[in-house]
Design a binder for this molecule. Sequence first.
Ligand code: GLV
Ligand code: MN
Ligand code: MN
Length: 426
Amino acid sequence: MSGTNSQDRLAINQDRLWVSLMALAEVGSYIDGRSGLRGVNRLALTDAEAEGRRLVIRWMREAGLRVRVDEFGNVYGRREGLLADAPPVLVGSHIDSVATAGAFDGCLGVLGGIEMARILNEHKVLTDHPIEVAFFTEEEGVRFGTDMLGSAVAAGRIPLDEALLRADVTGITVGAELERLGFRGTAPARLAAPHAYVECHIEQGPVLSAAGRELGVVTGVQAISWQELTLFGKSAHAGTTPMELRHDAGLAAAMITLKLHEMVDSGKYGDLRVTVGRNDTYPNLINIVPARVVCTVDLRNPSETYMQAAEEELRRYLEVVTAKTGVQITPKQTAKTPPVEFHDDVENVISEEIDTVGLSQMRLLSGAGHDAGEITALCPTAMVFVPGEYDGISHNPREYSTPEACANGINILTAVVRRLAAKDSL
Ligand code: GLV
Ligand code: MN
Ligand code: MN
């Protein structure tokens, strides 16, 4: 594999990267009522996210990237290489956010890719392979129910027609929002295999900072299983209805949450993580037995075997809940991805480049889902993690990574991309 040497190592412009991260964080910003902190609410394909898209596309164009938007609203900015027909080295992530986000999740990988393009331009660096910077539609899955949706369509795991029909809780579809916002592009949604894919992302967890490491080389992503459960009970007066006559959907939801935590405590499901993050109760009034609950179950596990065992145990338990409470339960699987292993060669290039600049590092599995987990089906893929502060809190306005840490990650991304974009790499 050909490589760069330390003499032509480039340093990205840390301040410029930071200014762009903070500017994008203004789009969809809000003030958290309790903490007074500024957060980001840029759910996929909302007006705020469309404004973010337009800003990032402007920055792509200003960095000389040729922009194309695909049929699913995934956006790619291309910098040509010397080998015109060679597949690109792709970098990217997402700019959609959860409703209570910080400035870094996803945005670092996208804005870092644009900063990389700027610095390559300023140093007149030509690469053999083209380079593309992407941001994918609905990575978070919070609005339309399925995470990594855009990259899953790009990689061919989820058919385009099916993905366009995914709807939010009000029934509005992805397809309708893409049309309304002008982001239903014409480039094919199925992505031709890139030469390689590298994603830089904030870790979103405590591992790197606890270990005192400056960067992480990500070895893969754990399995994810999402279900939406609709529990059909029976509305009744809280004071007059004897307990034995009730079909309480709230009780059923509580039983399921407890059971999931018991499954974790049992130790029978490996390193299982469980979250019931959404609990919509109807009619949600103090003196009425809940008639209906829609709740979500998020399961994570590094092992597919343990994941499947946990899913099966939950499935059986739903029957127990129905038998005990009379509450009927309709489960819907909204997302499911097996564990993903990244590519050794790409991991090794990342690790070597970190060693070269003398930063500390460790290898780690990603706890969160990422677009890289989908693109790995197309080409050699790996990720660089930068540590987050405050125990790595994320999906929260407190999410924070220092300007230096962000620049460390994007400097490594730049060095790795240059190596991978050389003619004989991989
Ligand atoms: C993506 O942010 C996830 O939920 O892992
Ligand atoms: Mn992310
Ligand atoms: Mn996220």
